[in-house]
Ligand binder design. Sequence first.
Ligand SMILES: [Zn+2]
Length: 253
Amino acid sequence: MPELPEVEITKRKLKPLLAGKRILNLGNKKILKLERRGKAILIYLSGDYILAFHQRMSGKILVTDPGFTDSHVRYRYHLSSGKDLIFHDVRKFGIKWYGPEKKILRDKYFSKLGLDPLEINFMKFEKHLRMHRGMVKALLLRQDVLAGVGNIIADESLWKARIHPREKIENFSKEELKRLYDAIRFILKKSIMLGGSTMRNWLHPDSTTGGYFKKRLIYQRKGKKCRRCGTIITRVKVAGRGTFICTTCQKLK
Ligand SMILES: [Zn+2]
């Protein structure tokens, strides 16, 4: 599932393809700006309307030639540039919103979204996480706590910060929280720089693939050596999700 880096890349690559264009089959509305909130892309339109997408498991937002077609195209928008903006979704879990701006932003996905880890300083991050209790990985995955983090970013960040995913947030020292904050931002920025993770079928809007997965630190590296200490990486279940750890680098206190 696309996480923050993939959605951020989608937004950045869509921008030049959509800026100033009109959507002919949406009342000729003009595209004014694009925004990422959590794992969703918002396209602001004239008349105070929003068209937004969440890619969920297998969604892709592509800008294609108008002739492009296959059975997984769920939504198609004709652009004044002559291209089509399409939402392609093999597993059909993706979400589309369309309507007046105020109504869309009141939707529970947007109104309950937590803080964006790329947009907050450490003071705010610390204060925010200290309001919660429980296992750090479970907190990282909650979109109402930190928006945009998913399973890959969580595992990569915890390994980078040398923190066990089951460690309880109430036991964290300030120094550990700072390590976690720095690690999450490091991984997010590195992934964005490398074009995100193409694991199954996620693609950039221009159909190129992301390069982070090949450079990943620990996610889905079970049985391989830890890049830091050589210990064989194991897979455990934390918060109901497959989780990759190095038992030497990430010890429970
Ligand atoms: Zn290690």
